[in-house]
Structures are given as structure tokens and as C-alpha cells.
Design a binder for this molecule. Structure first.
Ligand code: TRP
Length: 339
């Protein structure tokens, strides 16, 4: 079992990132270690340059995300935690895979269409070839399991297509260069929605800070954001059915369920009949209880640049080592002489 996943260091990490991705990393790191495998978690800083960015902010976000991941429970003695920029093999392998990936495949990627929008001509080339770098990220390590959100499934399928074509073109069936990775989309990857609009995902790019709970928010701010969250005047139903057409109410109950590690039905069985005047304070208390300790660790670690640098350096050294045989096999298979 080799788990590999990346997360982009852009913007402030929020509750949606925690419940949808980061918490799952912590579970997988423990599972991988128990199975005698490895778990590699990296900061996709090379992906972050596919959109216009400010260098100072990228550096700060990268360090903050390391602090966040560790504060959330990613343990550098169990998982290999690093940033792409310190492992040149990612960029090298991407170039090799650019020979295998087809224009037609990349043209079908919905993320490129979404992110380039009406300005395709002005989009960076990196945004277009982004999925090839993502393929290199996982193929370099012979990943077997790749935890991703629903929105990244298409990129994972592309990674499989690239691996398959490369193996076909340059390797033999019984001695493939790359392993075909399987995506794992966490069942509880509860789509955590904006606190201001139950139909939009909670997002770091939302202009309103009131729309999301940042992992760096203090207890009072979290409580205030829950108190001000959009709702409707009805009390909570006692069954899920009663939340149809009530996206904001469903979102708050889903957040509660995810934090309590239980089901929406179980939350409604307990809180059905309550109005938001009673439910919101209960949710705020739970939120602060779960995120408070994470925030405290984050605030402390964020200031400790030496520790953060040391974590990344150690992770990168381990990752470089693991990637050596596959990168060599890819060069060799293509007939590239490296002496
Ligand atoms: N594209 C992913 C995202 O935005 C981040 C990512 C980069 C990634 N490389 C990866 C995820 C490799 C899984 C595996 O969420």
C-alpha cells in the first residue's frame, strides 16, 4: 500500500479542507503504516504557479500549510511530508510524460476549462499541463492509493491513461514502468458548503470571510461565524427527508455530523425539533472543542520556521530516495542516455 496525495498551498486552510481531505490523510497515514506501506503527502507548490501568484504569499502559504497539516495530525515520523519544489524528479518526470500525454486528453479536462474560463488564450501553459504534473506526482512513487476529492477524479483517470500508454509504448506487460493508481474518494468527503450560501462549496476564494471557518480562526470568531450563518426559520426535522430544499440547514447538520464522526440521521435523531437558536450554540461548542487544539498547535508551529524547514527537508530527502528507481526506469525505457 502506497498512499500519495498532494494539496495546493494557496489561501488559508478551512474547515472544508480539514473535513474533506486533511483528516482523511491522518487516517490513511495510520493505515499505511499498519499495512507496512508508506504515505506520502506533499505540498503542490509547483501546481500553485499555474495561476497568477505572489511569490511572498506562496512562500508563506507553503509554510502555513505544513504547520496546518502537522497541527491536524499528519505525523512526519509516520508520513513523508514534503513540497514538490524540493524533489526535482516531479518536474523531470512531467517532461517525460509530456511525450505520452495527448493534446486531446488534456483538452477534455474540466478543471482547465473552469479555471481558464473565457480567457483560454491568456491561461498559462502550466495550467494546461497541470494534470500531467499531477500524473508525475503519483506515478513517480508507484502510488497504489490516491486520496482526492470528487473534482480531481478526472485527473486521476488521466494519470492512469498516461501510465497505461507509457507502459504499452515503452515497457513490456510483465515489467511495466508505472503502477496504475486507484483514486480513493472518502465516503464522508462531506461537501462542506459556504455558511452564506448552501449551494456553493466552502472555499478560500469566496470574497466573504464569513462564508468559511478558517482553521486559524480563534474560538470567538468561529462561534460568531456559526451564529451568523444563513439558515431558515424552521426547526430541525427528525429525519434527513425533512432537509430537502433546505441547503443551509443541511450544511450545518452535515458539519455537526462530520465533526462528531456520526451520521446526519443520528444528529437529527438527537436534535430534531430544535430551532437554530439552540442548535447553533451546540454546533459552535463542538467546533471549538474539535478545532481549538488544532488551532493552538498551528499557532505555535507556524512561528517555528526552523522546525518547518527541518520537516520539509527530511520529507524531501525520503521522497527523493523513493523516486530514484522509477525515474531511472522511465529514462531508460525511453532510450534517453544519462550515463
Ligand atoms: N490537483 C490537486 C488539487 O487541487 C492537488 C494535487 C496535485 C494532487 N498533485 C496531486 C492530488 C497528486 C493528488 C495526487 O486538489
Amino acid at each position: 500500500m502506497r498512499v500519495v496525495s498532494g494539496i495546493q498551498p494557496t489561501g488559508q486552510p478551512h474547515l472544508g479542507n480539514y473535513l474533506g481531505a486533511i483528516r482523511n490523510y491522518v487516517k490513511l497515514q495510520d493505515e499505511a503504516v499498519a499495512a507496512g506501506g508508506e504515505c506520502l503527502i506533499f505540498l503542490a507548490d509547483l501546481h500553485a504557479i499555474s495561476m497568477p501568484h505572489d511569490p511572498k504569499e506562496l512562500r508563506a502559504s507553503t509554510l502555513e500549510l505544513v504547520a496546518t497539516l502537522v497541527a491536524c495530525g499528519v505525523d512526519p515520523s509516520k508520513a513523508i511530508l514534503f513540497n514538490q519544489a524540493q524533489v526535482p524528479a516531479h518536474a523531470e518526470l512531467q517532461w517525460l510524460l509530456n511525450g505520452t500525454a495527448r493534446m486531446g486528453w488534456l483538452n477534455r479536462m474540466t478543471q482547465f476549462k473552469d479555471k481558464s474560463g473565457k480567457n483560454r488564450e491568456g491561461a498559462s501553459v502550466a495550467l494546461f499541463t497541470y494534470p500531467v504534473l499531477q500524473a508525475a506526482d503519483v506515478l513517480l512513487y508507484q502510488a497504489t492509493h490516491v486520496p482526492v476529492g470528487e473534482d480531481q477524479k478526472q485527473h486521476l483517470e488521466l494519470a492512469r491513461d498516461i501510465a497505461q500508454k507509457f507502459n504499452n509504448d515503452f515497457a513490456s506487460e510483465d515489467n511495466p514502468v508505472f503502477t496504475l493508481p486507484d483514486p480513493i474518494i472518502p465516503p464522508e468527503a462531506a461537501r462542506i458548503m459556504s455558511l452564506r450560501d448552501g449551494s456553493a462549496k466552502m472555499s478560500k476564494s469566496d470574497a466573504s470571510d464569513m462564508s468559511r471557518i478558517n482553521l486559524a480562526d480563534d474560538a470567538d470568531t468561529m462561534a460568531k461565524k456559526i451564529k451568523k450563518a444563513k439558515t431558515d426559520p424552521e426547526p430541525l426535522p427528525s429525519e434527513l427527508k425533512g432537509l430537502e430544499d433546505r441547503p443551509e440547514a443541511l450544511n450545518l447538520v452535515s458539519i455537526y455530523a462530520a465533526l462528531a464522526e456520526t451520521s446526519v440521521d443520528a444528529v437529527l435523531a438527537d436534535h430534531g425539533g430544535q430551532g437554530f437558536g439552540a442548535f447553533k450554540p451546540a454546533l459552535a461548542d463542538l467546533l471549538v472543542a474539535r478545532l481549538g487544539p488544532i488551532r493552538n498547535r498551528f499557532v505555535e508551529l507556524k512561528e517555528d520556521r526552523e522546525s518547518l524547514d527541518a520537516i520539509l527537508a527530511r520529507g524531501a530527502a525520503q521522497a527523493r530516495e523513493i523516486g530514484i528507481p522509477t525515474l531511472k526506469a522511465a529514462y531508460d525505457a525511453m532510450g534517453l542516455i544519462r550515463g
